[in-house]
Design a binder for this molecule. Sequence first.
Ligand SMILES: COc1ccc(/C(C)=C/C(=O)O)cc1
Ligand SMILES: [Zn+2]
Length: 236
Amino acid sequence: PYLVPVVILIVGPATWVEKFPEARGTRQSPVDIVTSRASSGGSAPPLVWRYSVNHPRSVVNPGYCWRVDENGYDSELRGGPLGSDVYKLQQWHCHWGSVNGEGSEHTVDGRAFSGELHLVHWNTSKYNSFTEAAGQPDGLAVLGVLLMVGSKHDELDKVVRLLPYIQHKGDKVTFSEPLNPANLLPKRIAYWTYPGSLTTPPCTESVTWILFKEPVQVSAEQVRLNLCYYVNGKNV
Ligand SMILES: COc1ccc(/C(C)=C/C(=O)O)cc1
Ligand SMILES: [Zn+2]
């Protein structure tokens, strides 16, 4: 009998612990939200946000999704689980799957969604830079928006239509079309919150997660465009 060499290449989350020890921690994200075990928010103050609209933004292909950098323009996120600290939007990015109906990072009662938007904010009350804050347990606050297939999302389309220009890792395109990140959020702002981590390396346990309960609709074509440029962009 012939001995056939079998090489099993293991990449992805299972290998992250080797290079990123934080991935071995006790507050790792993403998680499955078990709704029956979620406690009510009690008397938390309202979560409030304000974003600048008319400033140039850049869309970047970092190699595993697309990311919009806010380029330091002013914004604020405060209240809810964030105590008295004020956070500032640094960037927002999207996670998509290779199959429709999969691809979100978080799941709800075991159900995955077609994608998940992350708006990444850092604590400007306590830290001097995003990089510094990203290493602190109360350094980051990420608004998570679950995406499901339905009607076209006009605000998100301002980015999706640019994806053909950033098909490969490292590609970047700058746009000045007015865009309000608040329009990416669901109408109902009920949310789950828990202390967690970055969901990609370095998996640092520095994130207060705020995941909105109501999914936001994107069109099947918008999912396809993400998948198309996601796959052709050699992001997989
Ligand atoms: C300082 O290095 C960083 C690397 C990644 C990230 C994020 C925001 C990862 C993620 O979205 O999972 C932040 C900082
Ligand atoms: Zn993310």
